[in-house]
Design a protein around this ligand. Structure first.
Ligand code: ZN
Length: 390
């Protein structure tokens, strides 16, 4: 049905709006009011969601939709993401990226997967490039990819401070960022540079160096895995205070946490307490990435796969364990990531936005329903759509 009316919803836009009726028509949010009165001739699906939170669908800025990594040999190449994984995690917008391996995984495959996910109902984008430099692209240039391919929104994850990266100089990094910046400007896109920050001691030094020695502003870079360690988190707060966005990775393993990673929800609490601007912090799933744990000698100790449900789990923990306000925790998984990617119709419950909507249990914050561009993906805890071969 083209029209859906949610009655008595406790709306978080992500800021709290109180009890409202929300009308969805033809894939968009068309009205938000205390009471919406319908004309008699109107054929509309009416859902009373009293006792439930209505909030934006989650926006994930890093998803290895075709799988990632494989640092333990070919048998450890992680599997691709399917629609059901995103639905279970309340993710309605994904941003695909390659990662460590751009030999056995290609941008052609990435674009095909992104287009397939769009056909299945999600909003999907991707970053050109991967960990390495010189940058691999589809058309031969970062700027061309961003300008001429609709779904290409920036470049990443380009790796710094990592034994798996290309050990870039500040000039190399600045020239990549300049290409992305110009591509973004000409195509009216984010042109963002997603930066994978590894466990190396350089941490964010290279980014500060670019901002200091070149004309590229700090906010062109969007570093992820900032909760990797206490020291990196500290530097991330500084980066944030200078105007940049920082991203915390929700997927983790007990092994990785034991080796010093700060749990995503706790990192949010810590960063805000240290004076970071909560409007420039995001969570991403790092879904379907490999999650390798290396020891101090750089040897692989264990390997797991990133989960699409991790962002929702960390959002919940942020509220229920870390006692962070619901609207703040919600912002880092909806409005903030949409802003980084400059997706103006995403991440908010406002008139005219895409109808990407989650219905959460008021108490447990469990995901009960998922609507993407006005189409049901999950209804009252039952997934009503599946990927083509699921
Ligand atoms: Zn990464």
């Amino acid at each position: 049905m083209s029209f859906i009316l949610f009655r008595n919803a406790n709306v978080y836009a992500p800021s709290p709006l109180g009890l409202k009726d929300v009308l969805v028509s033809h894939g968009r949010i068309s009205e938000i009011a205390d009471t919406i009165v319908l004309e008699a001739s109107f054929e509309v699906e009416i859902i009373d969601v009293e006792g439930h939170i209505l909030c934006p669908g989650f926006v994930d800025t890093l998803t290895h939709v075709t799988g990632g990594g494989g640092e333990g040999g070919f048998a450890t190449r992680t599997p691709e993401m399917n629609l059901s994984h995103a639905i279970a995690g309340g993710v309605t917008t994904v941003t695909g990226a390659l990662g460590t391996d751009a030999v056995c995984r290609s941008h052609e495959e990435l674009v095909a997967k992104v287009k397939g996910l769009k056909e299945e109902g999600l909003s999907a984008y991707f970053y050109t490039g991967n960990y390495h430099y010189p940058v691999k692209t589809l058309t031969g240039s970062v700027q061309k990819d961003i300008m001429l391919i609709d779904e290409c929104i920036g470049i990443g994850e380009i790796a710094i401070a990592d034994h798996r990266g290309s050990q870039l100089t500040w000039r190399e990094l600045a020239s990549v960022a300049a290409e992305a910046r110009v591509g973004g400007m000409c195509a009216k896109k984010a042109g963002i540079v997603s930066v994978h920050v590894g466990p190396g001691d350089e941490r964010l030094d290279r980014l500060f160096e670019v901002a200091e020695k070149s004309d590229i502003p700090l906010k062109q870079f969007y570093p992820t895995h900032i909760n990797r360690s206490e020291l990196l988190l500290e530097q991330g707060v500084k980066f944030n205070q200078l105007g940049g966005y920082i991203d915390f990775t929700a997927s983790s393993t007990p092994d990785i946490l034991a080796s010093g990673e700060v749990k995503c929800a706790h990192a949010l609490k810590q960063a805000i307490a240290a004076g970071a601007d909560e409007n420039r912090i995001t969570f991403s799933t790092d879904g379907h990435a490999s999650l390798p744990n290396f020891n101090s000698k750089g040897e692989l100790v264990s390997l797991k796969v990133g989960a699409m449900t991790s962002m929702h789990a960390e959002f919940k923990d942020a509220v229920q364990i870390e006692q962070i306000k619901l609207e703040t925790a919600l912002k880092v998984v909806t409005q903030n990531p949409a802003k980084v990617l400059q997706l103006t119709s995403k991440g908010q419950i406002i008139k005219g936005a895409d109808a990407d909507i989650l219905i959460l249990n008021n108490n447990s914050l469990a995901i009960e329903s998922v609507l993407a561009k006005g189409q049901w993906l999950m209804k009252q805890t039952i997934a009503v759509r599946k990927g083509t071969y699921e």
